[in-house]
Design a protein. Structure first.
Lengths: 381, 392
């Protein structure tokens, strides 16, 4: 004899969708970011990102402060990895004004940018661990990050908002003994990364929490315009440093790691998290080569103080820590840029969350945001 | 206790006697709670912060008193002086009541904790059942707090806590059974008296089954005490502060007090059931001296498990709700049944006990511990090789 049980939605009980307001002040939205979560208990129906809480009109400010004066503002676009933003703006000016950067300047830029990429990825690793509930890796990651901050402080006097690059090169040459200190630091960092792997990445609970969660297929990733590590985690081997080499990235021998679904499916949260670990090791390779090959010469080209690039527009792309950062700049030949637009990695990651969130649990949304490595000011600029 | 107070009351009779009795009990209760339980919970909080800091390359609280050991007192005073904020939208009566329910739940458990052969407030004949029963009273308070806060995050935290504690009661209770079977009693003192002071005569080494029962017991107690990796009810990165989101000042502190106090209760209960409790070699006939040694032993053992819980908290990430539930129902409950049956079978097979099995289990566990320390030494050596300074 069989008994047929009629299962309605919710087992016959009246259920109600609950609207949760996650943010703008929430510990794991990585800044001032808001999600409107429609949830059925712990399971989400939909999470809609609501952006704009950190909009500071950075693009508009560019139209008022002039070409050189805008450089410190670019630090605030993505303050976790500010070197890439510096580089994007400097390259805009150089492309418009037809300025050739001295080779040593380019090498200094690469060293600075890769150091700041490691810095940013270390924070991402620690913060992901923190959001999953492991607190210790965060302090360990920050400890390593502090050492890079010390190095960068030597380089440009600042620890967070660097303001190191200039249109035409970099502001200061490497301090004496800097290359030696960078390689010593890398000797220390690489085993430490393996230690973080032992402690966190390959831990059973951690892999269970992140593996096969919020899987993004390559088609979907390309369709939504994901960039950088988030795109590569889905198995798409696309890195601007390799595919459209700018600066002197063509000189270096490094790999572009992609996600391969070790703990579940390709493009899951674990792959996205591991991208940061792998990229740190690749950045370390680039840094070692750059320190070795560093040429002599000046670090900055002659650029007039009253810089007035000829009228025209330019589209510059740099591989920032959060992926392809596009700078579109229009000049009308005056001492102020006519219009600037920046498109950043975190911004393009926001649009995919609404589709991905269906059926995830609230704890998974936290993991998703963390592994996208979203920096809220970069979303809004 | 009863006789002690009776002696104090002396000749009083009737209604008067009842009144004296009640007042005496109240005074004694207050003495125990404020003079012993709260400071112990406070010191556990200090210890957790220090241990945690050490594991994270930080220093931790070190300003108030020697090594910052009085930090809990400073924090408590600060929180007492803070404004007692009760948001307008909350159900004020339940909101006020909830922290007290939680604290009562955890304080009541101390009645049956045996610190020494004569250091127990009441040796109930159902001691271990009583402890499991009153500690789950905490869930009522947490659910109350979550519901009355009128905040969705709090409610999620409260509901998570209710599901978790109610579910993990079952493996916890199942894992107590082997020890109860071996001792033939539910009384806390009886459980300890059935074990000896030598490590291999502890219940946890009786057979492999009891050892797994012990592991299950500790794990499910961690879940009941809302500790990492099962700290979902107040998962900071998900639910802000869980059920305690709307609380501030002393009321919020009471929740944390209960959590740290419960942490000690976890250690004490594990020590009692599986680790020989206060058992020491009978080295003297002086009762006071013997009880002091027993107290020290009990504290050492229970704080060892408290330390392990802190260590786990500093190491492991948090599991997800569905993983938590599947761990409980798919793995821990069946395993708990297996340990109960296995212990029963070994007891039937060898009613006089099997010394060989006991020594084998003890040896195997010691080998695992040895291997663990070898790994620790290996990692320490490797980490030392990574020394790096800016001067380099």
């Amino acid at each position: 004899m069989s008994v047929e049980i009629e299962m309605e939605d919710g087992g016959g009980l009246a259920t109600e969708e609950m609207t949760l307001n996650m943010g703008p002040q929430h510990p794991s939205t990585h800044g001032v970011l808001r999600f409107i979560v429609k949830a059925d208990g712990e399971v989400m129906r939909k999470a809609t990102p609501d952006i704009g809480y950190l909009h500071r009109s950075i693009e508009k400010i560019a139209e008022k402060v002039g070409w050189h004066g805008f450089m410190p503002y670019t630090d605030r676009v993505d303050y976790v990895a500010a070197m890439a933003c510096n580089q994007g703006w400097a390259m805009c000016g150089e492309a418009l004004g037809g300025i050739e950067v001295p080779r040593r300047g380019e090498y200094c830029r690469v060293i600075a940018a890769e150091l700041s990429r490691i810095c940013s990825h270390l924070l991402a690793i620690g913060a992901t661990g923190m959001d999953i509930g492991a607190v210790t890796p965060f302090t360990h990651a920050l400890r390593e990050r502090e050492m890079i901050n010390d190095l960068i402080e030597e380089l440009c006097g600042a620890r967070l908002t660097y303001n190191y690059m200039r249109i035409g090169g970099v502001a200061w040459d490497l301090p004496p003994g800097f290359r030696k200190r960078v390689t010593t630091y890398l000797d220390h960092l690489e085993p430490t990364i393996h230690e973080i792997n032992d402690l966190l990445s390959y831990g059973k609970i951690y892999a269970e929490r992140l593996g096969s969660v919020a899987v993004i297929s390559p088609e979907m990733a390309i369709g939504y315009g994901l960039v950088g590590p988030n795109l590569r985690a889905s198995g798409v081997k696309y890195d601007l440093r390799k595919d459209r080499p700018y600066s002197v990235y063509g000189d270096f021998d490094f790999d572009v790691p992609v996600g391969h679904g070790e703990m579940g499916a390709v493009g899951d949260c674990w792959d996205r998290y591991m991208m940061r670990i792998w990229e740190i090791l690749e950045s370390a390779k680039i840094l070692r080569q750059a320190c070795e090959k560093l040429p002599d010469g000046p670090v900055i080209a002659k650029v007039p103080r009253n810089f007035k690039p000829p009228a025209g527009d330019v589209h510059v792309r740099v591989e920032a820590a959060r992926g392809d950062m596009s700078w579109y700049c229009v000049s009308d030949g005056s001492e102020y840029p006519y219009r600037l637009h920046v498109r950043t990695g975190s911004f393009s990651a926001m649009s995919i969350i609404e589709e991905l969130s269906e059926g995830l649990m609230i704890a998974d949304l936290v993991a998703l945001i963390a592994t996208f490595d979203i920096v809220a000011p970069e979303v809004d600029r | 206790m009863q006789q002690f107070i009776d002696g104090l009351i002396g000749s009083a009779t009737g209604m008067e006697r009842e009144l004296y009795y009640f007042a005496g009990m109240l005074a004694f209760g207050a003495l125990v709670v404020f003079g012993f339980i709260l400071p112990l919970a406070g010191i556990t909080s200090w210890l957790e912060r220090r241990v945690w800091a050490r594991m994270q390359s930080r220093i931790g609280p070190n300003r108030v008193g020697p090594f910052g050991v009085l930090q809990w007192l400073a924090d408590g005073l600060k929180n007492l002086l803070k404004e007692d904020v009760i948001p307008t939208a909350v159900d004020a009566r339940l909101f006020r009541l909830a922290p007290y329910v939680v604290v009562v739940g955890f304080v009541a458990a101390w009645v049956a904790i045996p610190f020494g052969s004569s250091l127990i407030i009441a040796d109930l004949n159902i001691g271990i059942l009583y402890v499991t029963a009153v500690t789950s009273l905490v869930v009522v308070g947490i659910l109350m707090a979550g519901w009355s806060s009128n905040n969705k995050w709090s409610m999620l935290g409260g509901i998570r806590s209710a599901t978790q504690i109610v579910s993990y009661e079952i493996p916890a209770a199942l894992a107590i059974f082997p020890a109860v079977l071996l001792s033939g009693t539910l009384s806390m003192q009886g459980l300890i008296e059935a074990q000896g002071w030598q490590p291999w005569s502890w219940h946890m080494f009786h057979s492999p089954f009891t050892f797994f029962a012990f592991l299950l017991f500790f794990t499910s107690l961690l879940a009941e005490g809302n500790r990492t990796p099962f700290d979902l009810p107040e998962a900071e990165s998900e639910l802000v502060a869980g059920f305690a989101t709307e609380y501030s000042g002393m009321r919020s502190l009471l929740f944390f007090l209960a959590e740290w106090g419960n942490l000690y209760v976890i250690g004490a209960v594990v020590t009692t059931t599986y680790m020989g409790g206060w058992q020491v070699p009978h080295f003297t006939d002086n009762t006071v001296l013997l009880n002091a040694a027993q107290l020290a032993t009990f504290f050492l053992k229970s704080y060892f498990w408290v330390f392990v819980a802190m260590w786990i908290r500093a190491t492991l990430p948090r599991v997800r709700v569905d993983q938590l539930m599947s761990l409980c129902w798919k793995y821990m409950v069946p395993l708990g049944l297996v340990t109960v049956l296995g212990t029963a079978v070994t007891m039937v097979a060898a009613p006089e006990g099997m010394p060989t099995l006991r020594y084998l289990t003890f040896g195997a566990v010691m080998l695992v511990v040895l291997q663990f320390f070898r790994r620790v030494v290996f990692h320490l050596r490797r980490a030392r090789g990574l020394g790096w300074t800016m001067a380099g």
